[in-house]
Design a protein around this ligand. Structure first.
Ligand code: UTP
Length: 308
């Protein structure tokens, strides 16, 4: 029986890449002059949740791959002196904390620019000089995982034991495989951790009848720096974009790639329905508004003639 431990053992995952260079066309006109990653879930932007998830997982350096129209993200991770001065003058201590208490230490945030949105693989490749020669995390802010223990924390803990590359995965209904990258599971490789599987292949958006499994990749990755050598030569794939999944699929030949079935509910906040559903779920989780929110929702359903 093959043990699920890679030749790349426990080098700490210290850096995270946040690709935020996409156009966000599914949210037009909202994203005409505002980055998709700044859309709020209740009262916090998507990118802020992603940042907090990374920080909770022990990440020390936060690398944003931005594009045109993304200045608001840089401003979000900086002081807002004018606002802070006014809040101080008005003795608004709580609000002041919300603007700046959580900021990462100066020098721990970097921004690099993807001059053209050529795909997720290309966005990650743009961070190569900032990552250097060490394993790193990738978090897509528009994939949210609602859970007590952060998805990236779970993955970092798993990767500490397995080493190698670890992808956040979840089972989807078979009829939906054509919307995801799907893992071809190496069934011979057994793990003590029931959540960990070894990949022998990845298939981008297979038709349900061709899908090797229903285990789909979501926007959470821990990757070894060898991925950059593959991305150097990666040709455009689906949608004419340089796909990260294609590059990871190539890496399976030379390196271990695992899938980690994280604990939690994933919301695809890059889609309209997922985004609205996440807002409802996160609002209902806020104790101070759970009661009023529930009543509001009941009223909304009643007025729309929907029985639950
Ligand atoms: P999406 O596939 O959701 O693409 O990207 P998008 O452009 O943001 O949105 P739509 O499909 O036009 O509505 C997933 C993540 O990868 C980033 C996006 O910013 C988003 O966070 N991304 C995508 C890049 O950084 N660069 C790219 O070239 C493409």
């Amino acid at each position: 029986m093959e043990p699920l431990v890679s030749k790349h053992t426990s080098q700490k995952v210290r850096k995270a890449v946040f690709p935020v260079g996409g156009l966000g066309t599914r949210f037009l006109p909202a994203t005409k002059s505002m980055p998709k990653e700044m859309l709020p879930i209740v009262d916090m932007p998507l990118i802020h949740y992603a940042f907090e998830e990374a920080r909770a997982a022990g990440i020390e350096q936060f690398i944003f791959v931005t594009g045109r129209n993304k200045h608001a993200i840089e401003d979000h991770f900086d002081h807002a002196y004018e606002l802070q001065t006014q809040l101080t003058a008005k003795n608004k201590a709580k609000e002041l904390k919300q603007t700046s208490d959580w900021l990462p230490e100066a020098g721990n945030v970097s921004f690099t620019r993807q001059q053209e949105p050529r795909g997720l693989g290309h966005a990650v490749w743009c961070a190569r000089h900032l990552i250097g020669d060490e394993p790193f995390a990738v978090i897509l802010a528009d994939d949210m995982v609602f859970t007590k223990k952060g998805c990236m924390t779970q993955m970092v803990e798993a990767q500490k034991k397995s080493g190698g590359n670890v992808l956040g995965v979840m089972d989807v209904p078979r009829e939906k495989t054509s919307s995801y990258g799907i893992v071809d599971i190496d069934k011979k490789a057994k793990s003590k951790d029931a959540r960990l599987v070894k990949a022998k292949g990845l298939v981008e958006k297979p038709a349900p009848e061709d899908a090797p499994s229903t285990l789909s990749i979501i926007g959470r990755y821990i990757l070894q720096p060898e991925i950059f050598g593959i991305l150097d030569k990666q040709k455009p794939g689906a949608g004419g974009e340089i796909q990260l999944t294609d590059a990871i699929a190539k890496m399976i030949k030379t390196d271990d790639v695992f899938g980690y079935r994280f604990d939690g509910v994933r919301y695809d906040c890059g889609s309209l329905v997922g985004f609205v559903a996440a807002n409802v779920a996160y609002a209902l989780d806020r104790k101070e508004i759970t009661g009023t929110m529930t009543k509001e929702l009941q009223g909304v359903f009643k007025r729309a003639g929907i029985k639950l």
